[in-house]
Design a protein around this ligand. Structure first.
Ligand SMILES: N[C@@H]1[C@@H](O)[C@H](O)[C@@H](COP(=O)(O)O)O[C@@H]1O
Length: 243
């Protein structure tokens, strides 16, 4: 079941997502959150920090697993997703860093690292709420088009369009890593609840495919239509092409 919540703009999307995340944290004992990076969830994390400062939420008992990480970047590299998470969220709330998990993109044995990460997620129990963004080509995490729906955490070669889209965070396009580690599509689909955030006209085509296209490995996000509990918060910009 995919439920759509249509909102006016990015701000409203972030606020709505913040309420859902806080409700989940406050409802569940020892909640496990799946977190995402990219521009899309930045507003959500800002709102969460505001609510934390108002005493409305605590991360004391929260465990987190991020979707993905670039290969070849040290954990503290300015462009690593670990660093992103610390700067955008973890440094500003009372989360215990030992409960924070991201794949290690600097691991010597990447295959072993994928298996370790997958096992760690399993041992934590299921992810209660997975936050997702969506790439312009329908990628979720870093699962590019063509990734099997049965995939678990794995190493991916990033598409040229994905590297291009993310090059805005790097000095030059050449500095964007060519590989990443990502939770697989099957890993993501095991989350109890998924919250997909989509904002802006550059995502309009992707939203149209998500709502009207086939469920196909050519468009990874389409599999979410088979998940029992997905909420899509989408703003007007991203809805311009949807029927
Ligand atoms: N790996 C991330 C994804 O997790 C993210 O959801 C997506 C969209 O990014 P943005 O939110 O910046 O549009 O692409 C990135 O490459």
């Amino acid at each position: 079941m995919m439920e759509f919540i249509k909102v006016n703009d990015y701000q409203a999307m972030s606020e709505r997502a913040c309420s859902i995340m806080i409700e989940t944290i406050n409802r569940i004992k020892n909640p496990v959150l799946g977190l995402a990076t990219g521009s899309t969830p930045e507003g959500l994390y800002q709102k969460i920090i505001e609510k934390f400062n108002e005493g409305k939420v605590s991360f004391q008992d929260v465990t987190t697993f991020n979707l993905d990480e670039y290969v070849g970047l040290d954990r503290e590299d300015v462009n690593s997703y670990y660093r992103y998470m610390k700067e955008k969220l973890f440094n500003h709330v009372d989360i215990k860093l030992e409960r924070v998990h991201l794949p290690n993109g600097a691991a010597a044995d990447l295959e072993a690292e994928c298996q370790r990460y997958e096992k760690q997620i399993r041992q934590a129990g299921k992810i209660d709420l997975q936050i997702l963004g969506m790439g312009i080509n329908g990628h979720i995490g870093f699962n590019e088009p063509g990734t099997p729906f049965s995939s678990r955490t794995h190493v991916v070669e990033l598409e040229a369009s994905t590297r291009e889209a993310n090059s805005r965070f790097f000095p030059t396009l050449d500095d964007v890593p060519t590989q990443a580690l990502t939770m697989g599509i099957a890993t993501i689909m095991e989350s109890k609840e998924i919250l997909l955030l989509v904002s802006g006209e550059q995502k309009a085509e992707a939203i149209a495919r998500l709502t009207d296209g086939d469920i196909s490995e050519d468009f990874p996000a389409s599999i979410l239509r088979n998940h029992p509990n997905v909420t899509v918060i989408v703003d007007e910009g991203a809805m311009v092409l949807a029927k």
